[in-house]
Design a protein around this ligand. Sequence first.
Ligand code: NAP
Length: 288
Amino acid sequence: MSAQIINGNLLAQSIREDIAKRAAELTAQGEQPGLAVILVGDSAASMVYVMNKEKACNANGIYSVLEKYDADFTEAALLERIDALNNDPKIHGILVQLPLPAHIDERKVIEAINPEKDMDCFSVVNSGNLMVGHPVIRPCTPYGVMKMLESINYPLRGAHAVVVGASNIVGKPMAMLLLQAGATITICNSKTRDLAFHTRLADILIAATGRRNIITADMIKPGAVVIDVGVERDENGKLYSDVDFANAKEVAGYITPVPGGVGPMTITMLLVNTIEAAERRLRARQQQ
Ligand code: NAP
């Protein structure tokens, strides 16, 4: 039997309706949520991502600022811009589009963002809060995956989740959120021996490597939930992902497509993070 598709576009749409309502309520109380996105350099892919973010903000009542700088923009100048945005009351969230040009120290830039405005949850403070089980901000992609699992009412407690990929951006925070939800976790990386041995044990299999079709149908436990985070383009611009979708959907119980799966959820959770930051600011203002 073919797997049920978890439609990221539909789920994102329903969450965005709630976002628009909350944005309107915040605006009515003088706290319109605001997001600033900074792009350094002229990567076409990054440009598409930031334009999509700006469009999504505008469509949902979130004030948005896009700052675009040439590839030779200096680290000092970028840190100055972040300082200004940290102190701008109209801005609740700051996102610096990665990767940055090689002459800029990414870690320094991430840590320069006020943790309250760190919408990607990349800073040491926010990663630490996540690690100890008290996340204030959740990283957008893993947060979106958790919403997808919630949408199918999957019982996470006691389930075995295998996360393939261990980056700071996706794999590690994904594993933390699943662990906190009561799942038993295996994290795999490029050094893992016999990847298929681990993936076949997964009730929930999350693939986040950027390696084309690394997950084939024979690596999936029948009926498992398969979440395909990976998305890459080849030299001809053709989109591909981590999971061999056509064959995997004949084995999995639930599966996410690419496109139309995790991607739309990531942008949506960025909007949710911005709304939540504005709601925290409003509460703080009301308590003063
Ligand atoms: P990354 O920083 O390159 O990390 C890739 C991870 O995969 C690393 O931990 C690496 O292991 C692991 N890996 C590589 N080859 C492997 C193999 N053969 N077996 C097991 N693990 C392997 O990438 P990322 O930023 O986490 O992103 C991963 C993918 O998700 C990319 O395709 C990216 O475009 C996509 N993505 C999509 C969204 C979305 O919204 N849809 C959002 C974010 C990322 P090591 O640690 O050993 O190097």
